[in-house]
Design a binder for this molecule. Structure first.
Ligand code: I3S
Length: 128
């Protein structure tokens, strides 16, 4: 039976702008390249979209282009250590396949709200 109260989809969905960089791909270190990203959490999948400024001029009609999709199942989220970045409020997201992303925003409430959604997503999938 469906649980009562708030639909789970409501609390487990979120979208907003964060700064992001992918720092490793399946264990292979990548060169850091920060960019602002429209970031969407939906159905346990986090999608980082390309910075529209990085798409070639003349292609402005297609603004929202996915860049990375991250399955949160089996992933871990932590505050990044200082050696990972000199920026403030940096989260480190590690997938179960060993890819790593950093997410950052100067306003801490923006970042703590993402942490909360990740945590809720983990807890609800553990209960499912
Ligand atoms: O880990 P790093 O190499 O100190 O990261 C910095 C670089 O990605 C740098 O780009 P260039 O290598 O093109 O200079 C960025 O501009 C910096 O923001 C990176 O450091 P922070 O501490 O901001 O993540």
């Amino acid at each position: 039976a469906e649980p009562q109260g708030l639909p789970r989809s409501h609390i487990l969905e979120k979208a907003g702008i964060v700064n992001k960089t992918k720092i490793s791909d399946n264990g292979k270190r990548l060169r850091k390249s920060w960019s602002p990203s429209w970031t969407v959490l939906h159905g346990g999948i986090l999608t980082f979209h390309k910075d529209p400024k990085s798409t070639p001029a003349g292609n402005k009609s297609t603004q929202i282009i996915p860049e990375y999709t991250v399955e949160l199942r089996g992933a871990t989220i932590n505050w990044a250590t200082k050696d990972k970045s000199s920026k403030k409020n940096v989260l480190e997201l590690k997938t179960r396949h060993g890819s790593e992303y950093l997410m950052q925003y100067d306003t801490i409430s923006i970042i703590t709200d993402w942490v909360l959604r990740f945590w809720l997503s983990h807890v609800t999938s553990a209960l499912a």
